[in-house]
Design a protein around this ligand. Structure first.
Ligand code: RIB
Ligand code: CA
Length: 322
């Protein structure tokens, strides 16, 4: 039976690829897309989500709920310097495309409560919506079957600062609340996992471009700005932590090694805002999360290539802005 899930996203670049996974993998039953402030301007993220639904040939089939437009207590921090507009400059007529009137936090609470223990959430942006749902419904963490989080680093480098990964840096208070809430949570971290095993270098990117479907063209376009940024900071390819997070939920066989950790997030540090303290069992702290440590990297590339090989018929014409 396909896995019922919601993707909570700040849709830009790899978030778009993660949505394709949720929309096109037969193992997924994507019940909703919930939007949270993160990578690029909120309204642009929403446009990117509708664009992705269109390229997947699923426009109008999956509800899009607007969530928190800012972190819990702090000002929004953008990653437009990394992702541009997050769509590679792709455009389509968005007239008539309306998000749901129900707020994302209400939708998350409702969907989890409708089938307690069955819904999975793939959270690939700042954790603001998830923390708000925890605050709103004391049963939320218990009602969610599993929560897959892209964020933090496992005693490794950050990306937005030396100490912090972007999703946890943007809303550290939310991330801290989520790890204290009692979810069955699995973490896909930035370093070392993403940097070692979910970077697609030129040879892998060439193989994807050669697939020649609307989806592989879309992938190349949405990843172009990030590729340029990554190379400028010494990463030799595009990074895919968000699509990896969706993939490991649907295909746990991609995980070669994981371990239980106590994960907490720094909210008070001057230089360490959003730092994820991942304690590996020798500091007297109860584990509260499973952290993915190693994946089948070639298997992940092959899996995504399979998703991108799907022949889809976008209902609306997509153009590239100059
Ligand atoms: O740090 C990586 C995360 O922030 C990903 O979710 C990506 O979307 C990003 O900008
Ligand atoms: Ca993201």
């Amino acid at each position: 039976m396909p896995t019922p899930l919601v993707i909570d996203t700040d849709t830009a670049q790899d978030d778009c690829v993660a949505l394709l996974v949720g929309l096109l993998d037969p193992a997924a039953d994507l019940r909703a897309i919930t939007m949270v402030a993160g990578n690029v301007g909120f309204d642009q993220q929403v446009r990117n989500a509708f664009l992705t639904l269109n390229v997947a040939g699923r426009l109008g089939e999956v509800p899009v709920h607007l969530g928190c437009r800012a972190p819990l207590t702090r000002a929004w921090v953008s990653a437009e310097n990394v992702h541009g507009d997050g769509s590679g400059g792709l455009r389509m007529d968005q007239s008539g495309l309306e998000p749901e009137s129900e707020h994302a936090v209400d939708a998350l609470v409702r969907l989890a409560a409708e089938h307690p223990g069955e819904l999975s959430i793939v959270a690939i942006g700042p954790l603001t919506n998830i923390a708000m749902a925890v605050a709103k419904d004391p049963d939320f963490a218990r009602n969610v079957g599993s929560l897959y989080v892209m964020g933090g680093s496992n005693n490794g480098r950050g990306n937005i600062t030396a100490a912090a990964e972007f999703n946890f840096y943007v809303d550290p208070e939310a991330a801290k609340a989520v790890f204290a809430a009692g979810f069955d949570v699995t973490v896909v971290p930035w370093d070392p996992l993403t940097l070692r095993q979910a970077v697609f270098g030129q040879e892998r990117l060439d193989r994807i471009e050669a697939i020649g479907t609307p989806l592989s063209d879309f992938f190349t376009d949405v990843c172009a700005a990030t590729l340029e940024f990554d190379r400028s900071v010494g990463i030799d390819g595009t990074t895919h932590p968000d699509s990896l997070t969706a993939a490991v939920l649907l295909h746990p066989e991609l995980v070669r090694r994981s371990a239980r950790y106590h994960v907490d997030v720094e909210t008070a540090g001057e230089l360490t805002r959003g730092y994820s303290a991942m304690s590996w069992g020798v500091h007297g702290l109860e584990p509260n999360a499973t952290v993915v440590e190693e994946i089948d990297a070639e298997g992940f590339h092959a899996y995504l290539s399979g998703v991108l090989a799907t022949e889809t018929v976008p209902a609306r014409k997509i153009t590239r802005s100059v």
